[in-house]
Design a protein around this ligand. Sequence first.
Ligand code: ATR
Length: 276
Amino acid sequence: MKKLFAVLGYPIGHSMSPIMLNDVLSYYEIDAHYHPFKVSPEELETAFRGLKAIGISGFNVTIPHKSAIIPFLDGIDDLALSIGAVNTVVNDNGKLIGYNTDGYGFIKGLEPYISSFSDKKVLVIGAGGAARAIYFTMAKMKPLALDITNRTVIKAKELIEACPFESNSKALSLDEAEVQLNEYDVVIQTTMIGMYPNISETPISLKNLNTHALVCDIVYNPLETQFLKDARQKGATVQNGVEMFVYQGALAFEKWTGIFPDVKRMRENVLRQLEA
Ligand code: ATR
């Protein structure tokens, strides 16, 4: 019988996941369909129960449901529980189990550049939901330093305190981060600053950036934010948000099918969608 996969969000019209994941489902000749469902917060529980009742094989959860879905799940993986957000649900013999592939998706996207974090100093910019998934997962990689800078410093401190994995971390103001920026090997921009239409905005000045640094932005619209342009002009290696998006989808696909898909194919698919 044909399997059903889905993504639940509100809104959901702009999701690139259906085209990306239906393409790899058919590429691997898996008899399944991945469908976007627009589900309001009020209808989330009803939608969840309905999907469970029809025996859905798995689904993604996106904004604004990533935390709200947790009470309905039959089980949740430890990392997703500590992050407090689920983006992937797997049907395990009738039990719907939640995972978070955002953080590992981000880290897998860095594999071409970084094999071990043990000698790397990492700076995370931002302390919202995306920062939380990346910071908690990165803490498990045990980098030499893992600092957070945020406009509201107390939120960065709270994130560090909330993390169940030991890490060498401190919270910095944006000004402090700008001054000591040359210490960092990896800089990760996790806020929506610089996203269309506010494309000239950047979170911090990169005047003191180490030219050997790897600078990442989770934004992919535009593909190159002003922040990444600045980093590239300083000679740094840059990575945009397409990688995290592709890899979080690839890891979800692997959880559902046991196949780690062709990420090159997925990336090309996403770039085509962004260009359209
Ligand atoms: P998400 O869940 O998408 O990460 P969020 O939880 O609203 O979004 O977090 C947004 C992040 O972007 C926060 O780190 C926020 O900083 P504050 O904690 O100080 O609010 C940051 N942010 C948003 N707009 C900003 C701006 N104009 N300048 C600096 N930081 C900004």
